[in-house]
Design a protein around this ligand. Structure first.
Ligand code: AMP
Ligand code: ZN
Length: 111
């Protein structure tokens, strides 16, 4: 997808150290952390919204949520963490490539 910053990161066109990578997803640090630890789990395939879900995309999202718990220890999230997927304008989505925020490393403010 042209001009998508996360597609460029996935393609290696914008350098961003990968804390985890497999054939379907990467995990990177958020460049503007909103908590002591703030990661982004980014599917390698481009789509913006959960409303664009189809079977193939659902497989990728399922994969992300299967892998994320296996990374808790190495990401320092054993104490718990918050999972956020911002959707659209009202949700505050600024990058229109679906991604899963993982926030932790400290007690987060009540939501
Ligand atoms: P959202 O507002 O849910 O679309 O989240 C987009 C997130 O991407 C924000 O938290 C940004 O700080 C983060 N972000 C934007 N550009 C980069 C980048 N080059 N590397 C890492 N994180 C980024
Ligand atoms: Zn993209």
């Amino acid at each position: 997808m042209e001009n998508c910053i996360f597609c460029k990161i996935v393609a290696g066109e914008i350098p961003s150290p990968r804390l985890y990578e497999d054939d379907k997803m990467i995990v990177i640090r958020d460049i503007e952390p909103k908590a002591k630890l703030h990661y982004l789990c980014i599917p390698k395939t481009h789509f913006a919204l959960l409303s664009e879900m189809d079977d193939a995309r659902a497989d990728v999202v399922k994969h992300c949520f299967t892998v994320i718990p296996t990374l808790e220890k190495e990401l320092g999230l054993e104490g718990g963490y918050r999972v956020i997927i911002n959707q659209g304008e009202n949700g505050g989505q600024t990058v229109h490539h679906l991604h899963i925020h993982l926030l932790g490393g400290e007690k987060l403010a009540d939501f």
